[in-house]
Write a protein that binds this ligand. Structure first.
Ligand code: CA
Ligand code: CA
Ligand code: CA
Ligand code: CA
Length: 295
């Protein structure tokens, strides 16, 4: 009797776990616990912005994208930093060069995640902080649209607040930008905070982080990539037909039906055709069916 009760408890627990743990229904294979947002079998994270992304002043010459690549081996990190740029100039550069693969390399454009960290240089344009934030919003929107157009699935984009500088004349502007960014936190997906970094991580040029600063920034982003990114990404993905392919990527990337487990009706699920047997999920009666399924 107590044995039965124990078994009942265990299965109840399992049922509860199934209901409350979203990861149990995750589709498209996870890669080291990371959500493959565009479901192409790899994790690619782009970081775009100005010279701080580029890594100016980093004695190791890596910048934080390069440092992250050494810490999270199962993801590729693409440094898309452009020294001296502003959100407006960066947006124009993407519009002009993305189709030619010039801002990013071709392979780096098929991103699962993209971080935007830009705005510090807008101070020199002598415009109100609200225009800088408006330009960041436009940049994010453009990247979402263009990358979706080019690669079928848009990356999940995060915006960061700006790190402090050690310049009395420029810091008030940065504070204003950060305040406005945080006000639009939800809309802009401002989930990475650099505004709370201490000033002792700034190098002698009073602008760029020193090695310690780049290490601190790396640590902040690493935590987000491993914890926040999977949480946020899985909340945006579902798999209604349970074939291990997200609804959001089925028609766009594979041409399969998000409401049919087995689009071509050859009794092998869409997900198994793509990730296990590497067959065409849109062509029934291919080699697989003949060899393995028909006796
Ligand atoms: Ca991917
Ligand atoms: Ca599916
Ligand atoms: Ca399907
Ligand atoms: Ca099939």
């Amino acid at each position: 009797m107590s044995f039965l009760l124990k078994r009942f408890k265990v299965s109840l627990l399992t049922a509860l776990l199934l209901v409350f743990v979203p990861f149990s229904t995750a589709a498209c294979p996870l890669i080291d616990g990371m959500v493959d947002f565009n479901c192409d079998g790899q994790i690619r994270i782009g970081i775009t912005g100005d010279s701080i992304v580029k890594g100016v002043g980093d004695e190791k010459g890596l910048g934080y994208p390069g440092r992250l690549a050494k810490k999270i081996l199962s993801a590729a990190f693409e440094n898309i930093g452009v020294s001296g740029t502003t959100p407006r100039r960066l947006r124009r550069l993407f519009i002009r060069n993305l189709p030619k693969g010039k801002v990013t390399t071709e392979k780096s454009s098929d991103l699962d995640y993209l971080i935007i960290e830009v705005g510090t240089n807008s101070y020199w344009d002598e415009e109100p902080a609200s225009l800088t934030v408006r330009d960041i919003k436009r940049l994010k929107k453009t990247l979402e649209e263009k990358l979706e157009e080019m690669f079928s699935v848009a990356p999940l984009i995060f915006v960061s607040t700006l790190p402090p500088v050690r310049r009395d004349y420029q810091q008030p502007f940065i504070d204003q930008v950060n305040q406005l960014l945080l006000k639009k936190k939800k809309k802009l997906n401002v989930r990475i905070r650099f505004d709370k970094l201490p000033v002792n991580i700034i190098s002698d040029d009073n602008l760029h982080p020193n090695a310690k600063g780049y290490a601190r920034i790396t640590k902040i982003v690493k935590r987000k990539v491993l914890k926040l990114f999977p949480k946020k990404a899985s909340s945006l993905r579902s798999d209604l037909d349970n074939d291990n392919l997200y609804d959001e990527v089925e028609p766009a990337r594979f041409g399969t039906d998000p409401t049919l487990t087995d689009t071509d009706g050859d009794s092998v699920s869409d997900g198994d055709e793509i990730f296990v047997f590497e067959t065409d999920p849109l062509t029934a009666n291919d080699l697989l069916t003949e060899d393995f399924l028909i006796d």
